[in-house]
Design a protein around this ligand. Sequence first.
Ligand code: UD1
Length: 340
Amino acid sequence: MQILVTGGLGYIGSHTSVLLLEKGYDIVIVDDLSNSNIEVLDNIYKITGKKPTFEKIDLKDIRAVSKLFKDYKFDGIIHFAAHKSVNESLKKPEKYLSNNVGSLENIIAEIKLLENPINFIFSSSCTVYGQADSMPINESFPLKKAESPYGESKKMCEEILKKLNNSNHSFKNITLRYFNPIGAHPTGLIGELPIGNPENLVPYITQTAIGKRDFLSVFGDNYKTKDGTCIRDYINIMDLAELHITCLEKLIAVEDENFFKIYNVGTGKGTSVFELINLFENVNDIKLNYKIGDRRKGDVISAYADTTKIKEELSWSTKYSLENALKSAWNWELNLNKDE
Ligand code: UD1
């Protein structure tokens, strides 16, 4: 089976690509390298012993997308490719809409030309819920007004997929609303590689611990939560990567040619920023320099998943721990800095 993995050199894409290769799938990785590094390809090879096909393509380019679908016959598509910085999206909203929405539209134009229903997995985000009225968040919660163009782009993509599913074109889709993926591959060869200043918590923690940053700023400690800091649902990247295999197998097996499901992807457990910092310090036996800073604009106070639906319908639950994620993230940072 040949699977197209867009954004396959990115954080979630690279971990999923490794598992797909290990499971015996042929994959075609498409990436424009705008927020990833070509060396990831070599590291995927080092881990798996297999060389995935790679195409450097900007998915906004409709002609390139059309050629891609002429050159290959895909049995499935996992569409990770997207810009993901909330902060940047506030400054450059157009970039986010044209890339995140435009890429999906180009792919869908090609999907519509296919005879057989394609198996399609889409990367969405818990950001579509905004600040939910209660916790944990289940899939039937209303989608709130997006806090950022990034969030808006994910909502628009979900709408586009829903419309395609309601059209008379057969199309099998699972949309995954990720909570907060963290950690790295156990080999330390692939992990989260932010280009420039990291915005997400764990890369900021590891870069501070190694001395690239002077201190971590905790964005607010006066929220109405157990210890005043924000609550998130941190999920180990290895669990998240494995889930994509589960979803792909489900889509391949299911007979309904209009299969369409949306799942939350988290652990179901809320962890505060302080709890995460403490855990990082304990499991890695390291002291982290941090200060309390201002609240970050647009941050929701709390977001963690109700995982009942995915557990029941896909018999999937997380296997790896938070401790493991924080150890592997540190191991990854150490590896990155080995040669410097
Ligand atoms: C953010 C996005 C989310 C997106 C995800 C993609 C916002 C509001 N949300 O999630 O839509 O899908 O990234 O990767 O930006 N924190 C600090 N100090 C730091 C960094 C973070 O205290 O230097 C805190 C934040 O306030 C938050 C938690 O750590 O409470 C997690 O932050 P982050 O990793 O940026 O993830 P989200 O904000 O949940």
